[in-house]
Design a protein around this ligand. Sequence first.
Ligand SMILES: [Zn+2]
Length: 232
Amino acid sequence: MLNAAQAPVRLAGGLEVPAWALGLAGLALVATLTVPQSPLSLVRCRVKPSGKYFWPMNPIKPDDGSGRVIPDTKFLDPEYPTEYGLHTGVDLNGPVQPRFGADSDLGQPVHAITDGEVVFAGPAGGNDQSWGNLVVIWHPGPAVWTRSAHLRDVLVRKGQCVSAGQQIGTVGKGYNGRWPAHLHFDVFKKKPVAWDDWPMHRRQYLLDHYVDPMEFFRKVSPQFPPRWAGRK
Ligand SMILES: [Zn+2]
C-alpha cells in the first residue's frame, strides 16, 4: 500500500509524478525564494547612465509648488547630536512634517536619484545598526554613490541595476523605530576601493568623501518622481 508520500499526483496535462517529487520541487522553490543573495545577484550590472536625475521623494518638504526643497536637518547640521557623529547627509521629509515631527511619510516611496548599481541593500549590522535598513547605490554617470538610510522596506538587492527614478524602498524609522520617519540621504564622491568593507566600517573614508547633497541636487536639476498619494 502506498503511503501519502509515495502516492502519485496527477498534474494538469495528465502527467503523473510521485508526491515526494512535488515535495522536493516545493522545497527548491522555497529555497529560491528565501535565499537573500543568489549567485546571479552578485553579477555586476552594466549601467548605462541616462543623464536623468530625480529627487528621492515626492512630495518632499516644502510642497509649495516652487520646486525648492529644504531639508529638515542640513548637511553638517551643527545642531545634530554629536554623540551620533558627523551628519554627512540631509534628512528629508514629506511636506507637512515639522522638524523631526511626525510619521506621516512612513512608507512613502524612496527613489534612485539616477542610474546605478546597488552595492548594499538591507540592515546595517554591528555598530552601525542604528541606521536601520540601507540602500547604497554606485552611480557611474556622476561618479558618486548615494546612501538612503532608515528605510522601512528595501525593494532592491545587491548587484541589481536600477534606473533613474526607480523606487528602491520606503521611508522608515530606523533600527527599532528609533527616529520619527524620515529619509537620511548622503552623497559621496569616488568609489570605495573595496566594496566588501561596506557598509560603515571605514568611517574615515566617509568623512573624506562626503559632499553636500543639496549642492549636488542644485547642479543636476532633478525632476520629481511620481507623487505619492499618502497612506491609505
Ligand atoms: Zn540624517
